[in-house]
Design a binder for this molecule. Sequence first.
Ligand SMILES: [Zn+2]
Length: 76
Amino acid sequence: MTDNRIECCKCQTPMQPGYLMEKGHGNKHSITTWARGQPQKSFWMGLKSPQEKLETRTYRCPRCGYLETYAPTTIA
Ligand SMILES: [Zn+2]
């Protein structure tokens, strides 16, 4: 993904880069993570830690509010 100018697929407005935030352990903020495969429940952790996971980046259209999320293999 070398082109940073991502346009909204609904209204072709340039989208703003950002990310989806969630609260993790101790109310620490973290970035929503993409995990490969199916979620596996763990008694202690809620969900078992996945083998492969990637940080995500989400783009938002300032015009219509559409969100588009990417999980690049390398985070710029
Ligand atoms: Zn839009």
